[in-house]
Design a protein around this ligand. Structure first.
Ligand SMILES: NC(=O)c1ccc[n+]([C@@H]2O[C@H](COP(=O)([O-])OP(=O)(O)OC[C@H]3O[C@@H](n4cnc5c(N)ncnc54)[C@H](OP(=O)(O)O)[C@@H]3O)[C@@H](O)[C@H]2O)c1
Length: 339
């Protein structure tokens, strides 16, 4: 029986929260590599919040996925067949082949992974794009100093967990914001943050204020409004705010309820001399050698811990992705596509 390949395509552009019918699972024949090409067999697929943006055709920094096209995504793959001198059958590579079991590549953009150095899944998480996002955004924009307070939202997740742990390594006080008591306990007890506050708690703003008695010198923004409303009054003079993500706003179809926040925000920017800077991880590509020098060493030294949340089977990717947008994941969300 010839092997059949499978892919998940964008069936329709979601309005608000994505729903199962926005995705479609399709079978297709396993492609045959031509001259210079490789056949890649996906082992892990990374699910990331940015994929919600790719499902939309609103103007953005990246091209959307077309309706009927394979969903985009980072992958770790095994070379199943090779007509390319640079790769041999059995090599494990970091790839960007999307939500599918098999793909062809000419080798461009692939990075070989050494499974003896780190579990291969980490190339999509703590040692990959999310880890690099945390490292570069915190150090280049946040610039935490010893004794300062660094607040980070989505603190148990792929990016936030690394932000708080690097803040600790730099001698700062780390305050996490996460959804629910289990995630908060993990952030404090396992990751070693000084405090973690549950953004779903009724008195969240008061709890956050109590957790930051000297204010916030850095706020690593991962979620947006309404969590940002609780952080804004806490900023110290000259606070730095790397704006990494706004996941709470990605499904929004209208402005959040409440008054227009812009006048208060601008008053704070002026009087507290805030630096608010958005970034995309690729802006800091030149920092990759530093990242790959520091973070593996910090993991080895036990100073950075990570957690993965692994769904099994391509067919379960849509549900895991929809869950990620609602905080159902606990750690870096991956899908195991093949053993
Ligand atoms: N700028 C860049 O280049 C770049 C690169 C990578 C990631 N990002 C951004 O970084 C952020 C974190 O990404 P990640 O990959 O590390 O994801 P993650 O934190 O592993 O997972 C997403 C988390 O977001 C939180 N969340 C979801 N909806 C929320 C809401 N309405 N209010 C508050 N929190 C909510 C949930 O955590 P709780 O259960 O704790 O609420 C959820 O577990 C995202 O905004 C993403 O877009 C940006």
């Amino acid at each position: 029986m010839p092997e059949t390949a499978r892919r998940i395509v964008l069936a329709s552009r979601p309005v608000g929260e994505p729903k199962p019918s926005d995705f479609r699972l399709e079978d297709f024949p396993v492609p045959q590599p031509g001259p210079g090409e490789l056949l890649l067999r996906t082992k892990f697929l990374s699910l990331d919040p940015y994929m919600r943006g790719r499902m939309s055709d609103a103007p953005s920094y990246a091209k959307p996925v077309g309706v009927g096209e394979t969903m985009e995504g980072g992958t770790v793959s095994e070379v199943a067949a090779s007509n390319n001198d640079k790769f041999a059958k059995g090599d494990i590579v970091l790839s960007h082949t999307g939500w599918q079991t098999h793909a062809l590549s000419n080798g461009a953009g692939l990075r070989k992974l050494d499974p003896s150095v780190a579990p291969i899944s980490t190339a999509l998480g703590v040692l990959g794009m999310p880890g690099m996002t945390a490292y570069s955004g915190l150090l280049e924009i946040g610039q935490p100093k010893a004794g300062e307070t660094v607040v980070v939202s989505a603190a148990s997740g792929a990016v936030g967990s690394v932000v708080g742990q690097i803040a600790k390594i730099k001698g700062a006080r780390a305050v996490g914001i996460a959804g629910g008591p289990d995630k908060c306990k993990y952030v404090k007890d396992e990751l070693g943050f000084d405090e973690c506050v549950d953004h779903r708690a009724g008195d969240f703003p008061a709890q956050l204020k109590a957790a930051c008695p000297k204010g916030a010198d850095v706020y690593f923004e991962n979620v947006g409004v309404p969590v940002f409303d609780a952080v804004l009054p806490l900023f110290s003079p000259f606070a730095r705010i790397p704006v990494c993500g706004l996941i709470a706003q990605y499904n929004a179809t209208e402005a959040p309820p409440g008054p227009n926040r812009l006048p208060v925000l601008m008053r704070n920017v002026l009087t507290k001399r805030l630096t608010i800077r958005g970034f995309i991880v690729t802006d800091f590509a030149a920092k990759f050698p530093d990242f790959i020098r520091d973070v593996p060493q910090w993991i080895k030294d036990g100073r950075i811990k990570y957690r993965e949340d692994i769904a099994v089977g391509l067919e379960n990717a849509p549900e895991a992705f929809m869950g990620l947008l609602k905080g159902k994941n606990f750690g870096k969300q991956l899908v195991r596509i093949a053993e």
